[in-house]
Design a binder for this molecule. Structure first.
Ligand code: SAM
Length: 216
């Protein structure tokens, strides 16, 4: 019998806090969300491994450390509004929903969007909305966002996403082609027309496929 609660505690201590992400609200959210509920049953034994895992539709659930790094870097906060492009399993959106007031997460694969929405309903995470579609141009209906995460890699940061950031808000997104090492970039909107960009390091993500991303 796997002790998921103990594995979750160890994951937060060893993979997140020991690597320098000290963010009490985020640690509490990671302790609350059962990652085993976001992966195929056959992989439950690996739920708290320090790695991405395969999910349905040939996609992946990101490594817990990368999920934490993106949420921390984007400054997801209490009473804030967050957008994720590339909901995948829904895990990162679920973690953000334990911190922020409202989370919108967009996924291009219908099967993944359906599964993620069912997980949110089952877990009672009612402040998350899962949208099926191309999220490469964001979701203007509920903009502006205090934090935007793109969990798939594009050739550039779409202007449409920058325009949906609140002033003071931050966007975190991998930039680079598929199957090569990409750069995780952070863009902060410091004024109506002013943005500051920094590089957070090397990552590897699946491609962002859509109108403002790569061709499918
Ligand atoms: N954060 C997710 C999780 O916790 O499971 C992992 C996301 S996975 C690395 C990236 C996802 O982005 C894939 O499910 C893929 O289908 C999706 N994706 C790629 N391009 C997209 C687009 N234009 N709009 C919405 N989703 C997209």
């Amino acid at each position: 019998m796997i002790d998921h609660a103990a594995a979750r505690e160890a994951m937060v201590a060893r993979q997140i806090e020991a690597r320098g992400i000290i963010n009490p609200a985020l640690s509490a959210a990671l302790r609350e969300v059962p990652r085993e509920a976001f992966i195929p049953d056959s992989l439950a034994a690996f739920a708290y491994d320090d790695s991405p895992l395969p999910i349905e539709a040939g996609q992946t659930i990101s490594q817990p450390y990368i999920v934490a790094l993106m949420i921390d870097s984007a400054g997801v906060m209490a009473s804030g509004r967050a957008l994720e492009i590339g909901a995948g399993s829904g895990y990162a959106a679920a973690v953000m929903s334990r911190i922020a007031d409202r989370v919108i997460a967009i996924e291009r694969h219908a099967e993944l969007a359906r599964l993620a929405a069912a997980r949110m309903a089952r877990l009672g995470y009612h402040n998350v909305r899962i949208v099926h579609g191309d999220g490469s141009a964001g979701w203007p209906d509920e903009a502006p966002y205090d934090a935007i995460l793109a969990a798939a890699s594009g050739s550039h940061v779409p202007d449409a996403l920058k325009a949906q950031l609140a002033i003071g808000g931050a966007l975190v997104m991998p930039i680079g082609a598929a199957h090569v090492v990409q750069s995780l970039v952070k863009v902060v909107r410091v004024g109506e027309e002013a943005f500051e960009q920094e590089d957070l390091g090397a990552v590897r993500f699946v491609p962002l496929i859509g109108a403002e991303g790569w061709k499918g």
